[in-house]
Design a protein around this ligand. Structure first.
Ligand code: FAD
Length: 435
């Protein structure tokens, strides 16, 4: 007979938010057997951003247990033994295929049932696949995606099998940029393809992208813009050999890595809970419209206090902080108290080769470039302010020191007035340092 297990608290998903939620529960004191984490993955929660960075390094590559949560934010590395010591059950390699939110009952692919009093949904996102759109030849071998450690291992194996070969990166977002750099560092001949006029258009301005595209070109990466991959050819083994572009060009390829975006994994809960902006709608405590059901990390659409509107955020910093907030709120409720409101300042970062940037705040309004964004400059330092209604509300900085990054975070939070945009550009980082 299929098993049935009961828990007080259950986290569905074993990624970043799950690891930080477990640590927060433990901080508040847990009875053995009260908390379980159910994950499709075969390993304990880890810092997912490592997969497109240290995991792909040609030497001294990061490997588990080196990057289990919560090391990414300077915290304790929670090894599987830590969960066992705390009496937290890690139910790994287990996919939930059915969720009944009204009774808080989850059913796994092999028919096991899990029932809880409080459910935290932390299913994250899935990658959008070219096969979803029926792109011709997209099922060929070595057309790869990157979301979890299994995907990362496939990429590492492909890099070994196709040593010093040709790689095509489809997509010019941060995943595409990080993977383009990783493949180049592994001695691949890399071409990046994206339809937009410049890379990372959701955040980068033309001025920001000018630097990174020039920098990537100086590293030997070929960039093809304004077109998309419309089909793939494979050799007799079924391995991808060519990428056909919509504009008629054809690129040779031994490996294709696709980074064209993700989708929050909310399908299990359709029709059972309120949704908004593609995510599960929550209050400031990350509780959904179903009492006792919380949503954290990539899947949550929460009230962003700073901008007074609901937002969904797909970044690691928010995954960590939303998890902590939800657990604080759950524990406060148990003692009749109320947790403080979630007052999140959006923060996002990326790094590749020797460049590293940070962004805080909101990227709407007019933009003001400052500093030297010439890709030929060694150790370039430059940035951009976003100014809306006469106030600075977002800041991007490449090459900042720890103090400078702290300064831009402070600006994005304080939203100081800046009437004269020319003066702001001239003042550059000094403006942030004064706040
Ligand atoms: P996830 O960490 O994705 O965890 C979701 C978990 O749920 C997974 O374990 C998954 O297997 C499990 N799951 C899903 N459905 C089921 C099911 N039905 N049954 C059982 N288990 C299930 N953000 C940044 O800010 N900076 C970066 O540099 C950065 N780099 C990244 C690099 C990569 C390669 C990727 C993929 C993401 C990166 N991100 C980055 C984004 C960041 O990692 C995510 O925002 C964060 O992981 C979200 O945390 P989460 O817990 O919501 O989801």
């Amino acid at each position: 007979m299929a098993s049935e297990k009961h828990f007080k608290y259950l986290v569905l998903g074993g990624g970043v938010a799950a690891g930080y939620a477990a640590r927060e529960f433990a901080k508040h004191g847990l009875q053995p057997g009260e908390l379980a984490i159910i994950s499709k993955e075969s390993v304990a929660p880890y810092e997912r951003p490592a997969l497109s960075k240290g995991y792909l390094a040609p030497q001294n590559a990061a490997r588990l247990p080196g990057f289990h949560t919560c090391v990414g934010s300077g915290g304790e590395k929670l090894l599987p033994e830590w969960y066992a010591d705390k009496g937290i059950e890690l139910i790994l390699s287990t996919e939930i295929v059915k969720a009944d939110l009204a009774t808080k009952t989850l059913t796994s692919a092999d028919g096991a049932t899990f029932i809880c009093e409080i459910l935290l949904i932390a299913t994250g996102s899935s990658t959008i696949k070219l096969t979803d759109f029926g792109v011709q030849g997209a099922e060929s071998n070595n057309i790869l995606y990157l979301r979890d450690i299994e995907d990362a291992d496939k990429l590492v194996a492909a890099m070994q099998a196709k040593k010093d070969g040709k790689a095509v990166v489809v997509g010019g977002g941060y995943i595409g940029l990080e993977l383009g750099a990783a493949l180049k560092t592994n001695n691949f001949d890399v071409t990046m393809v994206y339809p937009e006029p410049w890379c990372m258009p959701r955040l980068f301005t033309a001025g920001i992208a000018h630097f990174y595209e020039g920098y990537y070109a100086s590293k030997g990466i070929n960039i093809v813009k304004g077109t998309v991959a419309s089909g793939f050819d494979a050799d007799a083994n079924g391995d991808v050999s060519k990428v056909n572009l919509k504009d008629g060009r054809v690129l040779d390829a031994d490996i294709v890595i696709v980074g064209v975006g993700g989708r929050p994994l909310t399908g299990l809960f359709k029709g059972q809970v309120e949704e908004e902006k593609g995510g599960l709608k929550t209050d400031t405590f990350f509780e959904t419209s179903v009492a006792g059901v919380y949503a954290i990390g990539d899947v949550a659409t929460f009230p962003m206090k700073l901008y007074n509107e609901p937002r969904r955020v797909e970044h690691v910093d928010h995954a960590r902080k939303s998890a902590e907030q939800a657990v604080k709120a759950i524990k406060a409720k148990e003692t009749g108290e109320t947790a403080a409101e979630y007052d999140y300042l959006p923060y996002f970062y990326s790094r590749s080769f020797e460049v590293a940037w940070q962004f805080y705040g909101d990227n709407v309004g007019e933009t003001v470039l400052f500093g030297d964004n010439d890709p030929a400059t060694e150790k370039a330092k430059f940035g951009t302010y976003w100014v809306k209604d006469g106030k600075v509300i977002g800041v991007f900085l490449e090459g900042g020191s720890a103090e400078e990054n702290q300064a831009i975070a402070k600006v994005a939070r304080a939203q100081p007035p800046a009437a004269d945009l020319e003066a702001l550009s001239k003042e550059g980082l000094d403006f942030a340092s004064k706040i």
